[in-house]
Write a protein that binds this ligand. Structure first.
Ligand code: IMP
Length: 435
């Protein structure tokens, strides 16, 4: 009989989740925390994610492969909750191999993960164009249509790719409906079902050795005393349930997605870390109460290098929104916060912290469900004194100017969750633990 995991002493399992609208610096945190775990596992999203890690002066951008791959000896899992673009995956693997990173025998893909198909990408683009000014501002990677198919029970899974005759017949069947939408509704070119099946079946032999029942794999490793880090993509405010719907992604980026996206029970989750920048950014459309004035936002964008890793789009910049952060703490049950990019706020006279919203003459501190109401919210700021000095070589909290420490204290006081790590620059070394 298996020992109850609660009774056993074991290594802690970690979860890293975006506490904002994505791009919080999760990949860097995952990269640092990977030292403490045996396995890094992605549980949702797909190639819409763009995770940037600077290691030993070299920049790596990951879309589908967990950023833990840079650590030799660690295993990486792509869970069933991910929608996998197998062609993109092979490209990513090849570029890692060219950079001298060993990938084979270290990357394991769930047989239950759904496949992202070329028609998903076409439908994503067509739907966005069709929506005009009401577009979501997606990454155009086909993510929404792929998750739609999963829920509509017409999706294709990784395991299907390993059964060529079934795969081809299913692609033909599904493509009929997709072509109806592409041609008749959007007035676009159709996809060729057989060419699509050919392209996927051609690469199937390269994918096959990576495929496994990852739920059994993870359970086996956990029972053997190893530990995992569950790596989230996007962020809580882009979560399909808790985000600023419809300006969200189509998956569960928050903590619930870990169990459904990896097939492990909640009793295995120990530390749940929320990653937030010292300010806020968002790409794509949708209300953003603490958004900065355009000229000032441009200054922060330049300083923080706030351009999308997947699409290159400039990110909208805003002050740190504690109403939204408190909400993210609640829906995820964060046990700790990892705060990134504190250095970007250096040399400002004052720093604004959004501590409430004013709407229709009332001050509220709850993140509204209605987007119309959220769009009407005006930020209520607490003004904090800024600090002078370069933080990039700070290696402990005592190295920070008093004003920066006060800024961190004020955040902790409001959200009631401890800040456990502070990052002060893009490099692996530019980070320290806060006692
Ligand atoms: P989709 O995930 O491509 O469907 O895009 C839906 C929304 O999520 C858009 O606002 C995108 O900009 C946003 N989004 C998707 N992936 C990321 C990400 O990795 N970082 C930040 N925003 C993202």
């Amino acid at each position: 009989m298996k020992t109850s995991s609660k009774k056993r002493r074991r290594k802690e399992n970690l979860v890293v989740i975006g506490a904002q609208w994505g791009d919080e610096g999760k990949a860097k945190m995952v990269d640092v925390l990977t030292e403490q775990v045996d396995i890094v596992a992605r549980y949702q999203g797909g190639s819409n994610a763009g995770h940037t890690v600077v290691a030993d002066g070299r920049k790596f951008v990951f879309h589908q492969i967990p950023s833990g791959i840079l650590h030799e000896g660690k295993k990486c899992v792509i869970g069933n909750g991910v929608v996998l673009d197998p062609l993109g995956l092979l490209e990513e693997m090849n570029s890692l191999v060219q950079a001298g990173v060993k990938v084979r025998n270290r990357l394991i893909i769930s047989d239950r993960a759904h496949l992202l198909m070329p028609y998903h990408r076409l439908l994503d683009g067509a739907s966005e164009t069709h929506k005009g000014r009401a577009k979501i501002g997606t990454t155009n990677r086909g993510i929404g249509p792929a998750y739609m198919d999963k829920m509509a029970r017409v999706g294709l899974k990784v395991v299907d790719l390993l059964e060529p005759a079934y795969f081809r017949s299913k692609v033909r069947e599904v493509a009929k409906e997709k072509n109806f939408w592409l041609k008749k509704y959007y007035g676009q070119a159709e996809v060729d079902a057989d060419k699509t099946a050919d392209a996927y079946l051609k690469i199937a032999p390269q994918i096959r050795p990576l495929v496994a029942d990852t739920t059994a794999y993870l359970e086996g490793r956990l029972q053997a005393g190893e530990n995992i880090l569950a790596e989230g993509a996007q962020g809580t405010l882009l979560d399909v349930d808790f985000g600023t719907y419809p300006y969200v992604t189509s998956s569960s980026a928050s903590v619930g997605g870990v169990c459904t996206g990896l097939g492990i029970g909640p009793q295995w989750l120990d530390e749940i870390y929320g990653v937030t920048k010292a300010y806020t950014t968002r790409v794509g459309e949708g209300p953003f109460p603490s958004e900065m004035e355009p000229d000032f936002g441009e200054k922060i964008r330049k300083r923080g290098g706030e351009y999308g890793a997947t699409t290159g789009r400039p990110r909208r910049c805003g002050w740190l929104d504690l109403v939204a952060l408190q909400y993210a703490c609640r829906v995820n049950g964060f046990t700790g916060i990892l705060l990134t990019k504190l250095d970007v706020l250096s040399y400002l006279q004052t720093i604004s912290l959004c501590v409430g919203y004013k709407v229709k003459g009332q001050i509220i501190r709850e993140f509204p469900a209605s987007l119309r109401r959220l769009a009407d919210c005006r930020p209520v700021y607490k003004e904090m004194k800024g600090w002078k000095g370069d933080l990039s070589s700070a290696s402990r909290v005592g190295d920070l100017p008093a004003e920066a420490r006060r800024y961190l204290d004020e955040i902790e006081k409001t959200i009631q969750v401890p800040i456990q790590w502070v990052s002060v620059g893009p490099d692996r070394a530019q980070i320290f633990q806060k006692p």
